[in-house]
Design a binder for this molecule. Structure first.
Ligand code: 3HC
Ligand code: NAI
Length: 652
């Protein structure tokens, strides 16, 4: 049964038990409706505690029901009835109170949370706004500028912050349920506070905060409609009376629920979770991991070390010499310090994390490591030498992983004594922040190594996508393909800034040329030089990127790339690049033509999809949904389109 009632003295404890996340499914709404009726009728009940079994408080409406016709009781009506209950209700929050879950807590007369709980209204991330009174009740409990951040930003906040804002009344110091019952007992001795809906909206703490939050949200939306709708709903709540604002919120919610963006965002939500199925192998369980070795403390190695440290692993970083080790240590420490500043780590956790980290120039320091990830230079021989030395230094059952961007991991595995323990773990930069991890299975890897890699990704809170070996795996292979198409367009008539503008207008955070300037043009140049000898000479080849690199223009870091950069880092179209492009079109005898923004995107999207189709045909990607997950999380393909494959299917 989704909802049950137990008596604790005069307090009725209403427990929702609806795994996995207690989402407000039809059965749960019905159960709550009955519990409300029963506790109202029963004279022995003086107050009610609403509590959830399992890992979390209510995590929101049941998203799986969104496509189906609505069934009564609907959530807004049910919540209005709880709010009007003649006996006080106390919400006891653990895990996450999200969306309809937080809206349920808002109609309770008191809220108590455990210290680790998070509270939020993430509906905008699903293309929605809160649809059960959140936009109307929240600004009656906390200042509207903070409500705006929560509703239109969609990011959950920690219990301590919620207490500061006045969103909850108390943080439990001991057992949450016991303390919630005590709070309910106290509540029976005093008048029940007026329902939020009866109260006036609060004043904004500062108009500046409101204006700047609204500006930031609008700029960040980049074509996504729900954050803008959230601002509208909150403005309604501030100017209309509560019943009218509630009706306006519901109408907007229902309209958004049917929108293409909401369908696309739901698709990507479930696709991200389904990607983890790529690691499920019948009868195989993951091996334990506690000590992680990382070889190479450059950009990626340091980021990977931090990601592992933040997940609570003991980490040893290996570098070539003392100088490189010092630089690697500094990189790791400064990233951990930033995490402390951003509030990702508390002071105590920071101290503990630093204690878990050591750096060495000797492989003997990782002789007991369970998993070692190499992130040394992108060169096959360097990597094989490192992996061979590692194999001699670590336990026979240790897993050896490579973070290579493009190289053939089957070749690396074949060079070793124990190829079954070799796997690709392709992180994205910055590795401690980017959510995506491509898990690249070689031809020889054993199932336990694969299962362990997926479990490792989960502990790192990464979205793991399974890929097979092939130049650039999924992400870089597709990116190389649409980058080539963009380069063709340079010769055909567009300038880098035309293409970047079209991509940004489509919803990418950065265009392909801005992105390359940021990452450094030398990385892909090295890859092209490596492949030059075996390149198919019948295929069209654009020399512009190579020529920029030959002139030492590696992008932002050298002040020149496709763009020129001023000392303060601002990019501007480069006359030199324009001249080079015009000269290349002329050298090849190409008559340049105007290419519209629309035509630019047709060519880029077409190239993404045709390369994706090849990846599916070759079995490198498991399914089209995995490709959507990769493109959204690796290169900022606009999430609200659902990814390139979902977007294409909607346009047929
Ligand atoms: N509805 C249906 N299923 C849900 C769900 C929801 N709201 N939230 C999570 N699930 C499912 C997932 O699909 C997954 O299923 P699977 O095991 O079959 O793959 C399972 O629950 C566990 O989810 P996660 O793997 O994401 O577990 P985590 O522990 O990593 O995260 C979570 C838990 C933080 C609750 C995360 O699942 C989450 O963010 N969920 C979505 C929350 C949300 O957006 N709520 C708002 C919904 S809209 C709404 O409430 C409208 C209202 O205003 C009327
Ligand atoms: P980097 O040049 O910043 O760092 C490489 C580090 O490896 C240097 O600190 C170097 O001293 C160390 N090193 C080299 N040989 C070593 C050895 N034998 N033993 C110990 N340390 C050694 O390079 P970066 O960017 O960190 O790349 C590393 C790997 O990660 C490459 O394979 C790259 O393709 C891959 N990668 C890079 C991404 C990026 O955005 N930079 C993204 C994803 C993967």
């Amino acid at each position: 049964m989704a909802v049950s009632i137990q008596m604790r003295g005069q307090i009725a404890v209403v427990t929702i038990d609806n795994p996995p996340v207690n989402a407000t499914s039809h059965a749960e709404r019905l159960g709550l409706h009955n519990a409300l009726h029963q506790t109202t009728q029963d004279e022995a009940v003086k107050a009610v505690v609403l509590h959830c079994a399992g890992r979390t408080f209510i995590a929101g409406a049941d998203i799986t029901e969104f496509g189906a016709p609505p069934k009564d009781p609907n959530l807004p009506d049910l919540l209005a009835q709880i709010e009007a209950a003649p006996k006080p209700w106390v919400a006891a929050i653990h895990g996450t109170a999200l969306g309809g879950g937080l809206e349920t807590a808002l109609v309770c007369h008191y809220r108590i949370a455990d210290g680790a709980a998070k509270l939020g209204l993430p509906e905008v991330t699903l293309g929605l706004i809160p649809g059960a009174g959140g936009t109307v009740r929240l600004p009656r409990l906390i200042a509207p500028d903070h409500a705006l951040e929560m509703i239109a930003g969609g990011k959950p906040i920690a219990a301590a912050h919620a207490l500061d804002l006045g969103l909850i009344d108390k943080i439990a110091q001991g057992n949450l349920l016991d303390e919630a019952i005590s709070l309910a007992e106290e509540a029976t001795k005093r008048p029940t506070p007026p329902a939020l809906i009866e109260r006036p909206v609060l004043a904004v703490t500062s108009q500046d905060t409101w204006d700047s939050a609204a500006r930031k949200i609008t700029a960040r939306a980049r074509g996504q409609t729900s954050p803008i709708a959230a601002i509208t709903a909150l403005k309604n709540a501030l100017k209309l009376d509560a019943p009218t604002a509630l009706a306006a919120e519901r109408a907007l919610f229902l309209e958004l629920r049917e929108s293409d963006q909401c369908k696309a965002l739901r698709h990507i939500f479930f696709a991200e979770r389904a990607a983890a199925q790529g690691g499920k192998i019948k009868g195989v369980t993951a091996g334990p991991l506690s000590h992680i070795g990382v070889v190479g403390g450059g950009t990626m190695g340091a980021g990977i070390a931090v990601a592992c440290l933040l997940a609570g692993y003991r980490v040893t970083l290996i570098e070539r010499n003392t100088e490189a080790a010092d630089a690697g240590r500094d990189r790791v420490h400064s990233t951990l310090d930033q995490s402390l500043k951003r509030g990702v780590l508390t002071g105590v956790a920071h101290l503990h994390t630093v204690e878990n980290f050591q750096i060495s120039t000797s492989y003997s320091a990782i002789s007991d490591a369970d998993l070692v990830i190499e992130a040394v230079f992108e060169d096959m021989q360097v990597k094989i030498d490192v992996l061979t030395a590692l194999e001699a230094a670590v336990r026979p059952d240790a897993i050896l992983a490579t973070n290579t961007s493009y190289l053939d991991i089957n070749v690396m595995a074949a060079a070793l004594m124990r190829p079954s323990r070799v796997i690709g773990l392709h992180f994205f930069s910055p590795a401690h922040i980017m959510k995506l991890l491509e898990i690249v299975v070689t031809d020889s890897v054993d199932d336990q190594t694969t299962a362990t890699a997926f479990a490792f990704a989960m502990r790192l809170k990464k979205i793991a996508v399974r890929a097979k070996v092939g130049e650039g795996f999924i992400a870089n292979r597709i990116m190389s393909a649409y980058r080539r198409e963009a380069e063709y367009m340079l010769e055909d008539g567009a300038m880098p800034w035309d293409i970047d503008t079209a991509m940004r207008e489509f919803g990418f955070p950065l265009g392909i040329f801005e992105m390359q300037d940021l990452a450094g043009l030398d990385i892909s140049w090295a890859m092209r030089k490596r492949l030059n000898a075996t390149r198919d000479r019948t295929q069209r080849y654009v020399d512009i990127g190579d020529k920029l690199c030959e002139a030492g223009h590696f992008g932002r870091k050298t002040g020149r790339g496709y763009y020129d950069y001023s000392d303060n880092g601002n990019a501007r179209p480069s006359a030199g690049t324009r001249a080079l492009i015009m000269a290349e079109s002329q050298r090849k005898g190409i008559t340049r033509v105007q290419i519209s923004d629309k035509a630019i995107m047709v060519r880029i999207l077409g190239r993404i999809r045709s390369e994706a189709a090849m990846l599916l045909y070759e079995g490198i990607a498991r399914c089209a949904d995995d490709i959507d997950v990769v493109m959204v999380n690796a290169f900022g393909f606009p999430r609200w389109t659902g990814g390139p494959m979902f977007h294409a299917s909607g346009q047929d």
